[in-house]
Design a protein around this ligand. Structure first.
Ligand code: ADP
Ligand code: MG
Length: 320
C-alpha cells in the first residue's frame, strides 16, 4: 500500500523502559482488531485507569512502524478535541509499540447497534451522540485529517449505563488530506466503505461523511443498510446506493432523521453534506429559529409520541 498522506513526525516521547514498570495490566481485554489487542491497565504512579493498545511492528512480514507513527501523529493533532480519544504515553519494545490511551469504559457503540432489544439507542440518544461524532470529525476535517475507518467498532462510549459520551478511536487508516489520490486496498468490514473506494476514485473528507451516514442509519434502525448475503452483494448495494428508507424500517423515527441520512448516502462525494453542514441540519437543531416550522413537527414525534397526527404531505426538505 502506498504511504501517501502519512504523517510520521511525532512529538510524544517514545519510552523504551518496560511498560510493566509503570503500569499494571488488569486482566480485562477491552477489545481487539486486525493487528491490535487493547487491554485495561492502571498507571502505578497515579492509580488511574487507561487502555493499552498493543500494536505489532511487523505484520505479514512487512515493517509497519511508519503506520503506527502516523496513528500517533494523528492522535497528537486531535488532542484538543474531547471526542477524539486522548493519547497519554507511548512505549516501544523490540516487537511492539504500545499506545496508552484514555480508557473508554462504555465499550463500542456496536454493542448497542446490534442489540434488537432494550439496549438499543433512542432517537434522542442518537441525536446527542451524532452531534459529538460530528464535532470530532469536523475537527479532524478542519485539520485535513480523514479517519477512513468510521464504524460502530471504532466509536466508543465513556460509559454505557448511564449512556456517556463518545470517543473516536482507531486512527490506523487515517491520512492527511494534503494530496492523496492513491489507489487503496479495501480493508476491514466492507459495510461502511464509500462507493469511491470501491471504484478506486480519490478519497476525501466526504468519504468519512458516507461512513457517518451508514453509522447513523445503523444506530437508529439496528440494521446495516448495505449488508448483503456476501461481500459481492454488499459492494453491489453500495455502488447502486441501494438503501431501504421504508416506513417499516424507520418506524417511530422522525422524517428529519431520514432526510439527514439521505444528505450523506449520496454516490457523488461532492454532493454529500460536510460535517459542518450536518451540525447545522434541523434534525440536530430542533429548537433553531430558522427552522421553527419544521421544529413543531419533529418535536411532536420526539417528545410527545401520543399526538403524532402527521399530515399526508411530504416533509419539506430543509435548505442545505
Ligand atoms: P484496530 O486498529 O486493531 O481495529 P482499535 O484501535 O480499533 O484497533 O482497537 C480495537 C478495539 O479495542 C476497539 O474496537 C475497542 O473495542 C477497543 N478499544 C480501543 N481503544 C480503546 C479505548 N481507548 N478504551 C477502551 N476500549 C478501546
Ligand atoms: Mg478498530
Amino acid at each position: 500500500m502506498s504511504r501517501h498522506g502519512m504523517v510520521t513526525k511525532i512529538h510524544t516521547r517514545i519510552r523504551t523502559e518496560p511498560f510493566k514498570s509503570s503500569y499494571d495490566l488488569v486482566g480485562k481485554e477491552l477489545g481487539r482488531g486486525k493487528f491490535a489487542v487493547v487491554k485495561m491497565c492502571i498507571e502505578k504512579a497515579t492509580g488511574k485507569q487507561y487502555a493499552a493498545k498493543f500494536l505489532r511492528k511487523r505484520r505479514k512480514g512487512t515493517d509497519c512502524r511508519m503506520d503506527i507513527l502516523n496513528e500517533i501523529a494523528v492522535l497528537e493533532s486531535a488532542k484538543a478535541n474531547p471526542y477524539v480519544v486522548a493519547l497519554h504515553e507511548v512505549y516501544e519494545t523490540n516487537t511492539e509499540i504500545i499506545l496508552v490511551l484514555e480508557c473508554a469504559a462504555g465499550g463500542e457503540i456496536f454493542d448497542q447497534c446490534v442489540d434488537e432489544n432494550n439496549d438499543a439507542f433512542t432517537e434522542k440518544d442518537v441525536i446527542r451522540l451524532a452531534k459529538q461524532i460530528l464535532n470530532g470529525v469536523a475537527f479532524l476535517h478542519r485539520n485535513n485529517v480523514v479517519h477512513l475507518d468510521l464504524k460502530p467498532q471504532n466509536i466508543l462510549l465513556t460509559s454505557a449505563r448511564p449512556l456517556g459520551d463518545i470517543r473516536i478511536v482507531d486512527f490506523g487508516l487515517s491520512r492527511r488530506m494534503d494530496n492523496i489520490t492513491e489507489v487503496r486496498e479495501i480493508l476491514g468490514t466492507p459495510e461502511y466503505v464509500a462507493p469511491e473506494i470501491l471504484d478506486y476514485d480519490p478519497i476525501s473528507t466526504a468519504t468519512d461523511m458516507w461512513s457517518i451516514g451508514v453509522l447513523i442509519y445503523v444506530m437508529l434502525t439496528s440494521e446495516s443498510p448495505f449488508q448483503g448475503d456476501n461481500k459481492q452483494m454488499t459492494f453491489l448495494n453500495i455502488s447502486q446506493v441501494n438503501v431501504d428508507y421504508s416506513q417499516d424500517t424507520f418506524e417511530g423515527i422522525s422524517p428529519l432523521a431520514v432526510d439527514f441520512i439521505k444528505s450523506l448516502l449520496l454516490k457523488n462525494p461532492r454532493k454529500r453534506a460536510t460535517a459542518e453542514e450536518c451540525l447545522k441540519h434541523p434534525w440536530l437543531n430542533p429548537h433553531s429559529h430558522s427552522h421553527s416550522h419544521l421544529v413543531n413537527r419533529s418535536a411532536s414525534s420526539l417528545d410527545e409520541p401520543e399526538e403524532t397526527s402527521q399530515s399526508e404531505s411530504e416533509p419539506e426538505s430543509p435548505a442545505p
